[in-house]
Design a protein around this ligand. Structure first.
Ligand SMILES: *Cc1c(COP(=O)(O)O)cnc(C)c1O
Length: 422
């Protein structure tokens, strides 16, 4: 394998035209779309139109005339198509952190009604911290115990005491992909509800919430959905649960008739009851551009085709690193079926500085610190977005990494100062 082979793979790639749907800076190899997706070409124009026309000219009328009021459901229906949910089952709202609170609280209400003796919520120690922080305060509030496993093998032994199993389908550090259908089936067999976080799955791997018969799901708008920094998040509730309880952040936008302005709360039918306050119109409009850009891939085989390419890219990455940079350990699963759309590496020392040296060379990945107790290493993380990442980008990124290591470039002092965001 050499650089020409990578160029040939791009030439033969049926998905290659999709890259033109993005406004990417020249000279940058962007491998951080799992943290902040790139800018779709349509977004700036659409946001300008919402601001100058819909807001500037239409003013408050636009809630009706530009259908601002139904944006959470309209964009939710589009997201539903990439996560295997039905129409009318997904809404866009708030942040992932808040949505974790809303769906986990509802799951606990269901469990409290159906199996009050179960007092445990299971998650993984390596789950994204905000999920764990929110779960732990909710458990404290409701008198549950949050039990964190270090390996998926430990889950089964805890199920008989558990009310809810809350997992992130693709691990943010390693890219480990849980078999959602099998894990959900096991949880259900043992009387446990399954809540799935799709932050690193939605838009990256095919997700089939209905096929897996999951109970609740949440996910992020600014990663593989390319919705822009701080884009609103989404949530899904299995239709069999949706009308059983209202979620605790029962704001007026989740009311059956918000403009009745009645003092008492009456939840809307269906997933709309999971809305809380007024939707962020500009932000959801930008998210819609990101989701539409992803949906453009439906004409090229959709997520199945994107998944094939993503695996091709991460496989190439792993192969070239193994052969050219044996000092690095590959922290992502080598089994295609268990790997999300990223490749994570670790090395004895200097992970942060190496990432900085790569960024100076125009190769943008990120650094994720290992836990304080040293139970897992610091990670160099490279996200692969098959909509715009090319095979040659992977080849060139590894070339740069070789150069950073060969000349000890990363030891330069300027690479050792940490920014507020890593
Ligand atoms: C990115 C991510 C989040 C981010 O939550 P915010 O509320 O948007 O800050 C939460 N959970 C997981 C698993 C993530 O990957």
């Amino acid at each position: 394998m050499n650089r020409d082979d990578a160029v040939a793979l791009d030439r033969d790639d049926p998905l290659a035209p999709l890259r033109d749907l993005f406004d990417l800076p020249d000279g940058t190899i962007y491998l951080d779309g799992n943290s902040l997706g790139a800018l779709p070409r349509t977004t700036a124009g659409r946001v300008a139109e919402v601001v100058t026309q819909e807001w500037g000219r239409g003013l408050i009328e636009s809630w009706n005339t530009a259908s601002w009021i139904t944006l959470p459901q309209r964009v939710g229906d589009k997201i539903a198509r990439v996560v295997g949910a039905g129409q009318g089952e997904v809404v866009v709202a708030d942040s992932t952190s808040l949505n974790v609170y809303k769906v986990l609280a509802s799951a606990l209400s269901i469990a409290a009604a159906d199996a009050p003796e179960r007092r445990v919520v299971i998650s993984e120690r390596s789950n994204f911290p905000t999920d764990l922080y929110i779960a732990s305060s909710l458990c404290r509030e409701r008198g549950y115990e949050l039990v964190l496993v270090d390996s998926p093998d430990e889950i089964e032994g805890l199920l008989d005491r558990a009310a809810v199993l809350m997992l992130t389908e693709v691990n943010y550090r390693t890219g480990y992909l849980h078999p959602m259908a099998a894990v959900t089936a096991l949880a259900h067999e043992r009387g446990v509800l399954a809540v799935w976080d799709l932050c690193h799955s939605a838009g990256a791997v095919p997700v089939d919430l209905r096929g897996a018969d999951a109970d609740f799901a949440i996910g992020c708008g600014y990663k593989f959905l390319n919705g822009g920094p701080g884009a609103p998040a989404f949530l899904w509730v299995n239709p069999r649960h949706v009308d059983r309880f209202s979620q605790p952040l029962s704001g007026w936008m989740g009311h059956a008739a918000p403009f009745e302005m009645s003092p008492g709360y009456r939840p809307a039918e269906g997933v709309s009851r999971y809305l809380s306050g007024t939707p962020g119109v500009i932000a959801i409009s930008a998210l819609e551009c990101g989701v539409d850009t992803l949906l453009a891939a439906e004409a090229y085989g959709g997520l199945e085709a994107l998944r094939e390419k993503s695996l091709g890219l991460t496989r190439l990455f792993a192969d070239v690193v193994s052969s050219r940079l044996p000092a690095f350990r590959i922290e992502s699963p080598l089994d295609d079926a268990r790997r999300g759309s990223q490749l994570s590496l670790s090395i004895g020392e200097g992970a942060y500085a190496i990432v900085q040296a790569l960024i100076e060379r125009g190769v943008v990945g990120d650094f994720r610190a290992g836990p304080e107790d040293g139970s897992a290493p610091d990670i160099l993380r490279f996200g692969v977005t098959p909509l715009y990442t090319r095979y040659v980008d992977i080849w060139d990124a590894v070339d740069h990494l070789v150069a950073v290591m060969d000349d000890d470039e990363w030891r330069a002092e300027r690479f050792w100062t940490r920014g507020a965001v890593t």
